[in-house]
Design a protein around this ligand. Structure first.
Ligand SMILES: Cc1cc2nc3c(=O)[nH]c(=O)nc-3n(C[C@H](O)[C@H](O)[C@H](O)COP(=O)(O)OP(=O)(O)OC[C@H]3O[C@@H](n4cnc5c(N)ncnc54)[C@H](O)[C@@H]3O)c2cc1C
Length: 402
């Protein structure tokens, strides 16, 4: 059995790697003005997204006019593998690139595509995703932020929470209730709201990791008036779009979490000989066994990923998505913990701009301890571990609904 890609796919990989080497921002440029949190886009990051878009490398599977080059699914897979290894983000607005822009391209008007989706792809504007609320997270259909259609405008009142990057965003892709008399999953719509509209207020949430660079926010809407033309898709049919957006999100999480885990493992293996040589022999044996265990798990996730990918390519559904989300986020969490434990006291330095421990984590801008703290979010966002276990129980194992 030969487990490798064919020559044309490997040729695609080499073409991309050559382009990347010639065009990527330098580590010095990135370090001088780092992208500190989701949605924060320093000038180099905006330029870089635009450079990728212009060259057809931003979303290679899409047509050229939308930032792509009609790449085949396998070509997209090797592209994502190399991006995960490259230590440079495609965009510092992952929700915009991975969820909001594709959703607007699927459901939005030409005007919305021109004013909201394409500017995200060209690195000109950033969007945040307003789904979760204090009373609606896993059960998104319970959302209560209200948009009342009044002539040719909506009047919006309510609150969102955990909104990544809202403190840097130009607009919000806002899920709101437009028909409270309808059943829970009906009567939901999506409206585009510019963040500088009067009545919108963004409050960053205090964070344990790098508190000076908050990422998550509460967003309050008080009598916010937006044109009715900002409705995305059909009135009261936002649930279809919630499924669409979440499908984009799951697709993004599924592939990129596997690739990110793989890249983290490589960084750990690169650093491991250095760490291990500093330990006493008894400790070294225990630490080496933990690293080996993690390596086996990351390879298992990777194989599972290829299997799920193969199924999707043949047009089947892939319950592996839930397995991947669960296994990759929890393995990443263990990886951060093992690294932080082995690194010891040096790993508690958490400021991205301050002094830090000697063994840098995957993105070169954070410590392993920071990665470990952040990994808890990975087990919650895009569907918590408990929700993934429910899906596996019902859809993979065929157990009755709880
Ligand atoms: C890093 C990060 C970034 C995020 N970014 C965004 C964003 O940009 N936009 C946005 O809208 N939201 C965002 N979120 C919010 C995220 O979508 C929610 O946190 C998630 O959906 C869970 O909702 P919740 O926090 O309300 O928890 P809840 O749904 O209240 O769940 C609380 C606990 O109960 C468990 N639970 C819930 N239902 C069940 C069930 N049926 N069976 C078993 N256990 C259950 C959950 O697993 C969890 O442990 C982000 C979250 C994180 C951590």
């Amino acid at each position: 059995m030969r487990l490798s890609f064919d020559r044309s796919v490997e040729g695609f990989r080499q073409t991309f790697l050559a382009w990347l080497a010639d065009n990527r921002p330098s580590p010095e440029e990135m370090a001088a003005d780092p992208a500190l949190s989701s949605g924060h886009a320093p000038p180099w990051a905006r330029r870089w997204t635009r450079t990728m878009f212009d060259a057809g490398w931003l979303v290679p599977g899409w047509p050229p006019e939308r930032g792509g080059r009609n790449a085949s699914p396998l070509e997209q897979l090797v592209y994502l593998e190399e991006m995960a290894r490259a230590d440079v983000p495609r965009s510092t607005n992952p929700q915009g690139l991975g969820i909001i822009a594709p959703s607007i391209l699927d459901y939005g008007s030409e005007e919305q595509i021109g004013s909201y989706a394409m500017p995200i792809l060209r690195g000109e504007r950033t969007g945040c995703l307003g789904m979760s609320e204090p009373g609606a997270g896993s059960d998104l259909a319970a959302l209560s932020t209200r948009a009342v259609l009044d002539g040719d405008q909506f009047v919006i009142n309510g609150q969102k929470v955990w909104t990544s990057g809202a403190n840097h965003a130009d607009f919000c892709f806002l899920f709101c209730r437009t028909d409270p008399s309808a059943a829970k999953h009906k009567g939901i719509s999506v409206v585009l709201v510019d963040i500088d509209t009067p009545g919108v207020s963004v409050r960053p949430l205090p964070e344990l990791v790098a508190p000076e660079y908050p990422e998550l926010n509460e967003v309050f809407f008080t009598d916010v008036v937006v044109p009715a033309a900002n409705l995305v898709g059909t009135l009261n049919d936002g649930w279809a779009m919630a499924n669409g957006s979440l499908a984009h999100e799951r697709g993004m999480v599924w592939v990129s979490s596997v690739m990110a885990l793989d890249a983290s493992m490589r960084h750990m293996l690169d650093a491991a000989p250095g760490w291990l040589s500093k330990l006493r022999s008894g400790e070294r044996a225990v630490a080496a066994a933990m690293v080996a265990d993690l390596y086996v798990d990351t390879q298992a996730v990777r194989c599972l990923g290829y299997r799920g990918f193969g199924k999707l390519m043949r047009g089947g559904s892939a319950p592996e998505q839930a397995l991947m989300k669960l296994f990759s986020s929890e393995t990443r969490q263990r990886l951060g913990l093992v690294a932080a434990e082995v690194e010891g006291a040096a790993s508690v330095t958490v400021s991205p701009q301050g002094a830090r421990g000697p063994f840098l984590a995957v993105d070169e801008a954070s410590t392993w301890m920071e990665q470990y703290f952040r990994s808890f979010g990975l087990t919650i966002s895009a569907g918590s571990s408990e929700i993934q276990r429910n899906i596996i129980a019902e859809k993979v194992l065929g157990l009755p609904r709880s």
